[in-house]
Design a protein around this ligand. Structure first.
Ligand SMILES: *Cc1c(COP(=O)(O)O)cnc(C)c1O
Length: 394
């Protein structure tokens, strides 16, 4: 039964609606990190790579992630940041279609994904172009010139959600490679990745998967392609025989070729423990609870805060696990809200964003959050100059 609040450390009295940016600390993870440092790193030193299974950890944790996104065992590996994994997948995808010059994405994509595409294009120097269209125009923009369709399923700003199956089918019908970014999908909504037939998927683990700040990203490659693709970042741990120390790169078989360098063992130990929470969570239950929380929030805010304008899709089927409202003074209003123990976040230019994670948010939390939001709005608390100064991270 959700929520399972006792599985998380959450400060007393705080309502945390920002698990879409950084998930909270799961109970037990802090002890596991401390024990790992003491008993593995501290006691075993370099032997830890073998005796504590550090070297196989990216594969092991990748399999845990695979279970959560409907991918087969052995199709996912871990490491680096999401931006790096986007670059790897995109470059491999572009090389699969050497006669095509377009990468297609949408204006709802997270900027880092677009920047990685721009950097890759520049690096290749072969006249590729990034075509960015509105989210609703992606399907129609897929044509025979597109090498890779690179889309983030759930829009970080609005929560608008693409359909994995239909868009992948459209891309394939036009002969394009499909790359999905699941940053706001993994752990937020049910994903049946293998069924879509997409070639690549990537995502991060510090958002809905609660792996902690800096937790490693994941990358999926469709099983039939894993032995053929060109990994682009030819690091030694993606080599077929890293400890042969050969002068020439040879890619490892399967998904392991998407590894680059030394994995972040401490961080991945935290993630491995954090992922155990999902053993007892049914994704369909999670989705139903998430939809109920989002609906409740939208209804209450629209009834009680007339100055806020919904920018998320009204239809739950079109929405991920977050709800966003536009307000001219959104940054200051969010600061006022945070000062009153309700944490959401702000995305330029005017979006107040609220993530709903049924693992630790219940209907009572939604109602209390709206009480505070109503107070901030009706008393115009946002007008206080102390809420107007922007911090480095919004
Ligand atoms: C959160 C997010 C990122 C962040 O990338 P990092 O390299 O992990 O900082 C990238 N892309 C999308 C779509 C995201 O939502």
């Amino acid at each position: 039964m959700l929520p399972i609040k006792d599985k998380f450390h959450l400060p007393e009295g705080l309502i945390y609606l920002d698990g879409n940016s950084l998930g909270p600390l799961p109970v037990g993870v802090d002890q596991v990190i401390a024990a790992m440092a003491r008993d593995q790193w501290g006691a075993n030193l370099i032997k830890g790579w073998n005796v504590d299974g550090w070297m196989d950890q990216p594969t092991r944790v990748g399999n845990q992630i695979a279970c959560l996104i409907g991918a087969p065992s052995g199709s996912v590996t871990m490491g680096d940041t999401l931006s790096v994994k986007v670059y790897q997948a995109l470059s491999a995808g572009v090389r699969m279609r050497p006669d095509r010059k377009f990468i297609l994405s949408d204006s709802g994509n997270f900027p880092s994904d677009l920047y990685m595409a721009q950097g890759l294009i520049q690096q290749l120097g072969q006249g590729h172009e990034l075509r960015i269209v509105a989210p609703e125009d992606v399907s129609d923009a897929i044509d025979d010139d597109v090498a890779v369709v690179m889309i983030t399923q759930v829009d970080y700003r609005t929560g608008r959600m693409h359909d994995l199956v239909t868009l992948t089918a459209k891309a394939h019908a036009a002969g394009a490679v499909m790359l999905w970014d699941l940053a706001h999908s993994a752990g937020a909504i049910p994903v049946a990745l293998e069924e879509t037939g997409c070639e690549f998927a990537v995502g991060c683990t510090y958002k809905y998967l609660n792996g902690g700040p800096g937790a490693p990203a994941f990358i999926y490659v469709r099983s039939d392609l894993a032995d053929q693709i060109d990994p682009a970042l030819a690091g030694w741990l993606g080599h077929e025989a890293p400890f042969a120390f050969e002068p020439t790169y040879r890619p490892a078989p399967g998904i392991s070729r998407m590894r680059v360098g030394t994995p972040p063992v401490i961080q991945m130990t935290a993630l491995e423990e954090a992922l155990k929470i999902w053993d007892d969570v049914d994704m369909q239950d999670l989705r139903a609870a998430s939809v109920a929380l989002c609906e409740l929030f939208i209804n209450e805010v629209e009834a009680r805060c007339p100055d806020l304008t919904l920018v998320s899709p009204r239809d739950a089927a079109m929405r991920g696990s977050q709800v966003s409202f536009a307000f001219e003074q959104g940054y200051a209003a969010m600061q006022a809200l945070i000062a009153h123990n309700v944490i959401g976040d702000f995305r330029a230019p005017n979006v107040m964003r609220f993530g709903f994670t049924p693992l630790y948010i219940g209907a009572d939390d939604v109602l209390r959050a709206v009480d505070v939001l109503e107070m901030v709005m009706s008393k115009k608390l946002w007008a206080d100059p102390k809420y107007q100064t922007r911090a480095k991270v919004t």
